[in-house]
Design a protein around this ligand. Structure first.
Ligand code: ADP
Length: 496
C-alpha cells in the first residue's frame, strides 16, 4: 500500500506533543511491515537540518493559489530517523512557516489551510496513486474536503486521526474562499458549520474532516466513547454520533527508538532500581535536591487546563506534606498557568524537595522519567496520553485519572496491594479528594511495601508499549477501507 500522511508535527524535528511522536512511531512500524509510507509536513524555519539525511529538492517552484494570488512552493525530500519525509517549503509573504513555532499564531487556520492545499497540489502534480491519505487533527482535516471537492486525486480512501478533539480549528467562511472553496456553501449543518448555535457563521475544520473522511479514529477506545458525550465532545458530540459508524479507537504505541531508558524487561529489577537511583543522584547534584531517599513524584506536561493544573498543584502540596520530592517539568501554552506555578515555587523557596522547571526540554524530560518513582497524570480528559506509557517504560509508576487512554493503559493497584498485571494507581473523579486518596495509597505503599512497588515497576516495564501491535491494527483498518472503496467502485461501475 502507498500511505501518505499529512501532519503538522514530526517528532525529531517538529514536536509540540504526542501527535509528532505518533506520526514517527506509526510510520516507522508501517515501513517495517513492508508498506510505503510518506509523511508531508511544513518546512518550518526552526527545523534542525542536521537531523535530516540526504535532503534534496523533489519538486521545485510550483504554485498554489490563495485569494486569487499564486504563491511559490517547493517540495523537499529527506530521510529523518530512517523515514522518508517531504518538507513543504512555502514562500508566502506572511511567512506562514517562518514563525519559530508550530502553533499559537493568530492566523493558524489560514496557515494550515494553505499547507493542506499546497500539499494536495503537490500530490496532484506527481499523480501517483495513493491507497490511503492519512490526515492528523484539525490542521489538515480540510484536505478531506479539498480532495473530494476540488482535486480529483487518485486516492482510494481518506482517514482522519483525532489526537485531541478539543482543538477544532474554527475560522470564517472567507478563510475557505481563500483556498478556492466557496465558504458559504460549506456553512450548513451537514457540512462544516460549527455546532455552537451562538456562532452560526463559523466554519469548523475538524468537523469537515469527520464529515468528509471515509473513516475516523481517535487514539484510544475509551476516548472514542467519551467524545460522544457533551462533556468531552466539545460541541462535536452530535457530529461524532451521526458518523459513529465510521468511528473507531486505536491506542497509540511508543516509539522505542525515541524512548530508550538503557534497561529493559529482561533486566533484573535490581539493575533497573540502580539506574533509577543513579538518575536521581544526577538530578540531586544538578538541582541541589534532598539526598534522603524519599518518594519522588512528578509530572512532565504542557501546562494546559486539559492536564489538570489544580490537581497538579494539589499533588505538589500533598507530596511535600507526605515527605516526598516533587518535580514539575512544564511547558506553558498560557503563561498565566506558569505564573501561578512560579508563585507556588516562591512560597516553597528554600525547600530542597521541589523542582519547578518551565521549559520544553526533552533531555531533562528523559532524566526525570528515569528518576521518578511516581508520575502524576491528573488530566481532565486524555485522548491517549504518552507520558504514562513513557513513565512505565522507564520504571515509573503512574498515578492518573481514570479517563481516555489513561484508563486503557493503567491497571489500578487496589488498596490491599498489587494485583497481577497492576501497574499504577487510578482515581476516578476530577477532584482533590480522589487524587489524594490515590497519592496517599501510592506513597504509603512506597514506605511500607517496597516489594510491592517493585512488582508494579516490573509490570510496567514488562508490558510491550511499542508500535508493533497498534501499527498492525492501523494496517488492518487501512486494508478494510481500501476493500470498502474497491467494492463501492465495483457497484458504481455496475450501475453505470
Ligand atoms: P499532549 O500531546 O496532550 O501534550 P501526550 O502525553 O500525548 O500529551 O504527549 C506529550 C509528549 O510531550 C510526551 O512525549 C512528553 O514527554 C512531552 N512533553 C510534554 N511536556 C514537556 C516538556 N515540558 N518538556 C519536554 N517534553 C514534554
Amino acid at each position: 500500500m502507498r500511505i501518505v500522511q499529512l501532519a503538522s508535527e514530526f517528532a525529531p524535528i517538529a514536536k509540540a506533543g504526542g501527535l509528532g511522536e505518533v506520526v514517527v512511531g506509526l510510520s516507522r512500524e508501517l515501513l517495517r511491515l513492508g508498506e510505503t509510507v510518506e509523511v508531508i509536513i511544513p518546512k518550518y524555519d526552526f527545523i534542525d537540518v542536521k537531523k535530516l539525511v540526504d535532503i534534496r529538492l523533489d519538486l521545485p517552484d510550483f504554485k498554489c493559489v490563495e485569494h486569487g494570488n499564486p504563491h511559490t512552493n517547493s517540495m523537499w525530500t529527506a530521510s529523518c530517523e530512517d523515514i522518508r519525509i517531504h518538507l513543504l517549503e512555502v514562500r508566502h509573504p506572511s511567512g506562514y512557516f517562518h514563525r519559530g513555532e508550530i502553533y499559537g499564531c493568530k492566523d493558524d487556520a489560514a496557515r494550515f489551510l494553505y499547507f493542506s492545499k499546497a500539499a494536495l497540489t503537490y500530490l496532484k502534480l506527481i499523480e501517483k496513486p495513493i491507497d490511503i491519505l492519512h490526515l492528523h487533527d484539525w490542521h489538515v482535516a480540510i484536505a478531506a474536503v479539498l480532495a473530494r471537492d476540488q482535486f480529483n486525486l487518485p486516492i482510494k480512501s481518506i482517514v482522519l486521526t483525532i489526537h485531541n478533539g478539543e482543538y477544532q480549528g474554527k475560522c470564517a467562511a472567507w478563510d475557505l474562499d481563500a483556498i478556492g472553496l466557496k465558504g458559504t456553501d460549506y456553512l450548513v449543518k451537514e457540512k462544516l458549520q460549527d455546532t455552537d448555535p451562538k456562532h452560526p457563521k463559523l466554519i469548523n475544520l475538524l468537523k469537515g474532516g469527520i464529515v468528509y473522511a471515509d473513516a475516523v479514529n481517535t487514539v484510544s477506545p475509551t476516548y472514542t466513547k467519551e467524545i460522544l458525550t457533551p462533556e468531552m465532545g466539545y460541541g462535536l458530540e452530535s457530529t461524532f454520533y451521526k458518523h459513529k459508524n465510521k468511528l473507531t479507537g486505536i491506542l497509540n504505541g511508543l516509539d522505542l527508538q525515541l524512548w530508550d531508558p538503557g534497561y529493559s524487561k529482561t533486566d533484573p529489577i535490581e539493575k533497573i532500581l540502580q539506574a533509577k537511583e543513579a538518575g536521581r543522584n544526577r538530578l540531586r547534584r544538578q538541582f541541589s535536591l534532598s539526598n534522603t531517599r524519599r518518594p519522588w513524584v512528578g509530572a512532565i506536561t504542557r501546562l494546559a487546563v486539559q492536564k489538570g493544573p489544580e490537581l497538579l498543584e494539589e499533588a505538589l502540596i500533598q507530596t511535600l506534606r507526605l515527605g516526598g520530592v516533587f518535580l514539575l517539568l512544564g511547558s506553558s501554552p498560557t503563561s498565566q498557568l506558569q505564573a501561578h506555578f512560579e508563585a507556588i515555587g516562591k512560597k516553597y523557596s528554600g525547600t530542597n524537595q521541589l523542582l519547578l522547571h518551565f521549559a520544553y526540554d526533552e533531555t531533562l524530560s528523559r532524566e526525570i522519567y528515569q528518576a521518578l518513582d511516581f508520575l502524576v497524570v491528573p488530566s481532565r480528559y486524555e485522548p491517549c496520553g504518552l507520558t504514562q506509557m513513557i513513565g512505565m517504560h522507564y520504571g515509573t509508576i503512574p498515578i492518573a485519572r481514570e479517563t481516555g487512554g489513561l484508563k486503557d493503559t493503567i491497571i489500578d493497584c487496589k488498596a490491599e496491594g498489587p494485583q497481577t498485571n497492576a501497574n499504577g494507581f487510578l482515581f476516578s473523579k476530577y477532584c482533590k479528594t480522589d487524587l489524594n486518596e490515590a497519592l496517599e495509597r501510592a506513597i504509603k505503599l512506597f514506605f511500607t511495601h517496597p516489594q510491592k512497588i517493585n512488582t508494579l515497576i516490573a509490570n510496567g516495564i514488562r508490558k510491550d508499549w511499542s508500535w508493533k501491535h497498534p501499527a498492525q491494527v492501523y494496517l488492518d483498518w487501512y486494508r478494510k477501507q481500501v476493500e470498502t472503496s474497491r467494492k463501492s467502485e465495483q457497484i458504481s461501475q455496475k450501475v453505470n
